[in-house]
Structures are given as structure tokens and as C-alpha cells.
Design a protein around this ligand. Structure first.
Ligand code: GLN
Length: 547
């Protein structure tokens, strides 16, 4: 058992793809036959990103255990197919919460509580926890080196590297090399500065991963090697890629996993062939599906966070996976649900599928409802996710069952609440209640829930199963207790119900080629090598649309 640690830090600027770099390292080590665990340290003070705006922070990824986490966990799970848990995600808010409750309990009686050692000890404990169960723990440090919030984390890894030794730890520093058109050269100075900053905090990076739009040449490598105190072979090219699934093989060809294994002294020429074979089988085989698929289709995502594409990252990845499964390129038409209806509908006339994603509050709700109506009446494949299901119920109640004031409690207290707070519902033996005044953080129906699927339905055929588990993140539910008759009048078929049979989970229409909506977030479970059945079927239906 190796039980080694790989720390991934970022320099120069944010959004360089540290999460994807960490995920790719994980995937490549798996291709080398090792087991890995992915962890992330997030320097913000929130307990989790659940209360942050998707506009600023991007999607909130939901793990199976219900942990609301940074979207990088989506990359980790998609690239490595590992199931991450709450024990893999740490924020400054959580660290302080732990330390402060210990202080109240009297665990530190007699001492003044300080960043070093109390905060850093807690961070170190988090990093090493469970390391013995895997060959490598890959730990990404969120933010950019130099951020005030990140200091205790860099200090914690500095201490850890001393404690566990260089032979058992490696620091991979991802930086950016801007390209100067005028002189046609990649500039190394920002990288030099960010490495100096890291060194000034006592951490010497071992590998520099250079994100850039042009391939780095030998001269750049030599320069960075000399000024950053890193072996020349450990200056690795991280060329921009047109699709994130091309990255693991690019990094492999640039020598990233080889240099990591070399650092740990586990480079084994005998197993190199096996590794190559696995990488070709997995990542290289995706290249055809990515670069030259035989079919194509266009799907609209009607949402309100569309200016921030990261807000729908798992969703767009699941659609791409659906494309892989159908040998198709799927173009996404981003439609702002808050635009005028005519504008929305004119965009929808150009697409072969309509997807209404998850979301919160009433902004854009009417535009989404109009989109659902358009997809239903024109027999365009429709997939509704979470809020998308709730709005489909509202649309069907209003326009098919004739209940014109049907709405969701999330938007108003006036009208027929076909979507409502879950009050005194039995869920897995626990009585659940939600209200407007309740706490907002971590109080939704979160994580894995079982769903029973009715035989003979389209959804049953798609899943090929009667029992599925999907991840959830929502506060409101379909009010079937009160409005069962109206739902029937609206021709809604609830093809999936919660395990105890009380809550609708999935709906479909029988007089439509593909009209499916789910209360869960199936996008979190889709993988490039195992596209989610609902997305595979949705993309297939979109490809098959004849007008
Ligand atoms: N806002 C809705 C709810 O809380 C839907 C949430 C979502 O789409 N994730 O129930």
C-alpha cells in the first residue's frame, strides 16, 4: 500500500481547470491500476456552496450522501467514477465550526485557540483521514495561491509534507502561460511569481502544469525549470482542449502521470503497456465520439442562469454523454427563460429537444412553462429536471386540466398549490416538514432516494429497471395528496414514485413521443463511459425528431 498524497494548487488566476486537472490525475492513476480518493479544500466561509448563487459559484454538485459540494466534485466523479462523500469536502466554515464546538466543549482548556495549530491541525486531520484505504489521496486546494482565505490550507499542506515526507507527497501546481501575439511567445513571468509566492509560504511545487493556448517549447521548459526550482521533465504542458474528455490523454502524452509515478518511485516499465492499453481503451476511444460523430442534434436548455454556463455543468456534461451513446454531437441552444415568450418560442422552433433544468424561485418560471407547453403541443422531445418537473405539472394542470390558477408554493400563496411544501410527509420512516421560515442551508430533500418505476411505462423501458436510485435537491413536492384527481384529468402518468409510494418522482405523457420529467437530478449520475439512460434516450428522441 502506497498511501501517498498529491496536492493540486493553482496559480496566476482562477478558472484554469484545477478540478479537471485533479480529476484527470485521478483517472490516469486508475489507468495505471491504482486506487484513488479525491478531496477538496474550499477556502470560503460558507459551510457548503448550497447557499451560494449559481451565477457566481456555478452549480452545486450533490453527492449520493446528500452533501452539497463544489462543482469540481462533478468532474472527480465523472472522470474517476468514484463516489465522493461529505468526508471529501472541507470548507473554512466547516473547519471553524468544528474548532469552535471543540473550544466550547473545553477540548482546548487552558490554551488560546489559534490558526496554527488548531485550524491547521483540523485541516490536516481531514486530509489524512482514510488515506490508508487507497493508494493515492488527491487533494485539491481551492482558490489561487496568494488568496488570504487560502493561507491556512497552504500552511497545513506545508506541515503535512514535512510530516509525511517528500517521498510520499507531491505538489502539482497548475498555472497559466499567457501567449503574446506580438512576439509570438508564451510568457513565464506570471508563473514564476506564483511559484515564488508558494515558495515564500514554504511549499516547493514538484510539478508545474502549464495551461496555455500554445504548446510549451523546450526553451520555456528550461526557463521555468531554472526559475521555479523544478526538474525540467516536471514542467508539463497543459494545452487548451476543445473538450474536457480529451484532457486525460493529453496530460498523459505530456508526461504528467509518468512524472508523478517517477516522483513516487513507482514507475514500472513492465506495466507501461497495460497502462497504454487502458488509456487507449478509455480516453482515446472517446476521441472519435467527440471529434467526428456521425449524427448531430440541437437541444434547448431553458433556464435563468444561462449566462453562467458552469451553473449547468453536470447537465451539459450529461447531454454530451447522451451524445456519446448515440454517436452524435449535441449542440446546446441556451434560452433565457426571462425573455419575451415570442423570443423563447422562436428559438425553440429551431431545436429538436427542450430541457427545463432545476432552478429556484419564480424568475423565468412563466417562460419555462410556455416552453413546456410548446414542446408538449408540438410533440418535441421534452425532459424536465426537478423544477422542470414541477413546472410541467403546473403547465399540465393549467392547460390540460383547466385549473388556470395552478401554481407552486415557491412562487405565490395564491392559487391551487399543485406543488407545495412537504408538510408532515413520512419519508423513510421520518416525518419531514418544510416551511417558508425554516433554515435554508442543508434543509432540502438531499441525496440518494429510491424510486419505484411502474412497469409498462416508457421510463421503465428506458431505465430497464423497476427500482432506481437518484440524487435529489429540492424543497417542494408534487401535492398528490390533494390534487390526485386533477393530475389524472391532466393525463399525467406518474411512472416513478418514492419507495414508500407517497411522492411522485417521475412523470410521463402517453400521447407524446417523449415527454418525461423527474423530480431528481439524474445528471449527477451520468458518466462519459456510462451515459445516464434518461439522457441517452432523450438525445436519441431528439435525433429522431421528424418535422
Ligand atoms: N426550487 C424547487 C424546489 O426547491 C426545485 C429545486 C431544483 O430544481 N433543484 O423544490
Amino acid at each position: 500500500m502506497l498511501a501517498s498524497f498529491i496536492f493540486v494548487t493553482g496559480g496566476v488566476m482562477s478558472s484554469l481547470g484545477k478540478g479537471i486537472a485533479a480529476a484527470s490525475i485521478g483517472a490516469l492513476l486508475q489507468d495505471r491500476g491504482y486506487s484513488v480518493r479525491m478531496k477538496k479544500l474550499d477556502p470560503y466561509i460558507n459551510i457548503d456552496p448550497g447557499t451560494m448563487s449559481p451565477y457566481k459559484h456555478g452549480e452545486v454538485f450533490v453527492m449520493g450522501d446528500g452533501c452539497e459540494a463544489d462543482l469540481d466534485f462533478g468532474h472527480y466523479e465523472r472522470f474517476t467514477d468514484i463516489k465522493c462523500s461529505a468526508n471529501d469536502s472541507l470548507t473554512t466554515g466547516q473547519v471553524y465550526k468544528k474548532v469552535l464546538s471543540k473550544e466550547r466543549r473545553g477540548d482546548y482548556l487552558g490554551s488560546d485557540v489559534q490558526v496554527i495549530p488548531h485550524i491547521t491541525d483540523e485541516i490536516k486531520k481531514f486530509i489524512v483521514d482514510g488515506h490508508e484505504k487507497v493508494d493515492f489521496t488527491i487533494c485539491e486546494i481551492g482558490g489561487t495561491v496568494g488568496d488570504i482565505e487560502g493561507l491556512p490550507y497552504i500552511e497545513a499542506i506545508r506541515q503535512l509534507i514535512i510530516e509525511i515526507g517528500k517521498a510520499k507527497s507531491v505538489c502539482v501546481h497548475l498555472t497559466y502561460l499567457p501567449y503574446m501575439k506580438l512576439t509570438e511567445e508564451l510568457k513565464t513571468k506570471p508563473t514564476q511569481h506564483s511559484v515564488k509566492q508558494l515558495q515564500s509560504m514554504g511549499v516547493q511545487p514538484d510539478i508545474i502544469l502549464c495551461r496555455s493556448e500554445k504548446e510549451i517549447n523546450d526553451e520555456v521548459k528550461s526557463k521555468l525549470s531554472m526559475f521555479c526550482n523544478v526538474k525540467k521533465d516536471n514542467v508539463v504542458s497543459g494545452l487548451d482542449a476543445e473538450n474536457i474528455y480529451l484532457i486525460p490523454n493529453r496530460y498523459h502524452l505530456a508526461g504528467l502521470d509518468r512524472q508523478i509515478c517517477d516522483h513516487f518511485g513507482v514507475l514500472n516499465s513492465k506495466s507501461e503497456d497495460e497502462t497504454e492499453k487502458r488509456i487507449v481503451q478509455r480516453w482515446v476511444s472517446l476521441e472519435h465520439a467527440i471529434l467526428s460523430p456521425s449524427k448531430s442534434t440541437k437541444i434547448a436548455i431553458v433556464g435563468k442562469y444561462i449566462k453562467m454556463k458552469d451553473a449547468y455543468i453536470s447537465l451539459s456534461q450529461a447531454i454530451i454523454h447522451g451524445g456519446f451513446a448515440n454517436d452524435a454531437r449535441v449542440e446546446v441552444e441556451w434560452v433565457d427563460a426571462r425573455e419575451d415568450f415570442e423570443k423563447i418560442i422562436s428559438k425553440l422552433r429551431e431545436v429538436s429537444g427542450v430541457l427545463v433544468p432545476g432552478g429556484f424561485d419564480s424568475a423565468g418560471a412563466e417562460g419555462k412553462i410556455a416552453s413546456i407547453q410548446f414542446a408538449r403541443e408540438n410533440k418535441i422531445p421534452f425532459l424536465g429536471i426537478c423544477l422542470g418537473l414541477q413546472l410541467a405539472v403546473v403547465e399540465l394542470c393549467r392547460n390540460v386540466a383547466g385549473v388556470k390558477n395552478a401554481t407552486s408554493r415557491e412562487f405565490s400563496d395564491d392559487g391551487e398549490m399543485v406543488i407545495d411544501f412537504m408538510n408532515n410527509w413520512e419519508m423513510n420512516g421520518v416525518t419531514e416538514s418544510r416551511s417558508r421560515s425554516g433554515n435554508k442551508g442543508g434543509t432540502m430533500r438531499l441525496g440518494n432516494y429510491r424510486c419505484k418505476i411502474a412497469e409498462g411505462t416508457l421510463v421503465h423501458k428506458i431505465y430497464g429497471a423497476s427500482d432506481v436510485i437518484e440524487r435529489h435537491r429540492h424543497r417542494f413536492e408534487v401535492n398528490i395528496k390533494k390534487y390526485g384527481d386533477i393530475f389524472q384529468k391532466a393525463s399525467i402518468v406518474f411512472s416513478g414514485m418514492s419507495a414508500d409510494g407517497t411522492l411522485p418522482e417521475i412523470l410521463e405523457l402517453t400521447d407524446h413521443p417523449f415527454f418525461i420529467a423527474t423530480q431528481a437530478h439524474p445528471e449527477f449520475r451520468s458518466r462519459p463511459f456510462a451515459p445516464h439512460p434518461l439522457f441517452r434516450a432523450f438525445v436519441k428522441a431528439a435525433i429522431g425528431l421528424r418535422r
